[in-house]
Design a binder for this molecule. Structure first.
Ligand code: KMH
Ligand code: ZN
Length: 273
């Protein structure tokens, strides 16, 4: 089995300091959280950015400042900026980080309920995102919140509308209104990816670690972080993203899976850099 790639989703667009004071907004705070995760064993950081007051933004300039600042502290880390942004943003707004030519970026694979809101990813939007990533030579991390998202994106890849093999999927399970974070659902997802693909499991909220454990055993990879879960254990807020990554490292050690360095992760994901 390949070594385990741990991704840290350090801030997201929705969670706020009122929920956990360690949620980062400023450039300095974003770097602090990325470094805590990297030092703990994360090879990948999934990046959203905020204004200093916490407002989510997809500003190309803000992304550039944050990505450059993270790279200074974590020189070889794989950075996956978000093109999902926050619910309600336009496609053009969301695509801004792709103008910075990151080696990877997320590509969300369909419209879905997102709590009380609707996260819109229409077919024309996804074609535009796929075209941009093909043109800018960016490897997508295909975010699937629903079983149907997986079917959709595999068909789009077969038509050449989005980048194809080897595909990297992130199964984000447990968002209220989307596919629940059960082992059964994870197994269904994994059974339906094209041969040669890689995949990561992200369990939302209390499912963060209960989905991480089967992913470790099944040969997948794991994402944790404040974007997905604010607690280290029931009722106890995590002090940092690093603390969440450390818990995955402990689980992996107990289950006999080694942790991938960024260099090893690039090879596993088929990245050229
Ligand atoms: N903030 C969510 C609505 C992504 O990064 O690509 C979408 C999201 C997905 O976080
Ligand atoms: Zn995200």
């Amino acid at each position: 089995m390949e070594k385990l790639i741990i991704t840290a989703a350090i801030c997201g667009a929705e969670v706020m300091k009122e929920q956990n004071p360690a949620v980062p907004y400023t450039v300095e705070e974003i770097v602090r959280e990325a470094k805590s995760a990297y030092d703990a064993g994360a090879a990948v950081v999934h990046v959203h950015v905020r204004e200093d007051d916490g407002t989510p933004t997809q500003s190309r300039e803000r992304f550039k400042v944050c990505l450059d600042a993270i790279r200074k502290e974590c020189p070889d880390v794989i950075l996956i900026p978000s093109t999902g942004g926050a619910v309600g943003m336009t496609a053009e707004e969301r695509l801004q980080p792709t103008e910075l030519y990151p080696e990877m970026a997320t590509l969300d694979c369909g419209t879905c309920n997102f709590g009380d809101e609707v996260f819109e990813n229409t077919m024309p939007m996804m074609r535009a995102f796929g075209k941009r990533m093909i043109e800018n030579n960016i490897k997508p991390e295909y975010e699937c919140f629903e079983m149907g998202h997986l079917d959709t994106i595999v068909r789009m890849a077969a038509k050449g509308e989005v980048p194809g093999a080897p595909m990297q999927f992130n199964f984000v399970l447990g968002v209220p209104g989307c596919t629940p974070a059960t082992v059964e659902n994870l197994v269904w997802m994994v059974k339906n990816i094209p041969a040669g693909s890689t995949w990561t499991a992200t369990g939302i909220g209390r499912n963060a670690f209960t989905l991480a454990a089967p992913a470790i055993v099944m040969g997948g990879h794991v994402r944790v972080g404040f974007e997905d879960n604010l607690y280290i254990s029931k009722g106890v807020l995590a002090k940092s993203n690093g603390e969440l990554v450390e818990k995955v490292v402990r689980l992996a050690k107990e289950l006999g899976r080694e942790i991938a360095t960024p260099e090893e992760a690039r090879r596993i994901l088929g990245l050229k850099k």
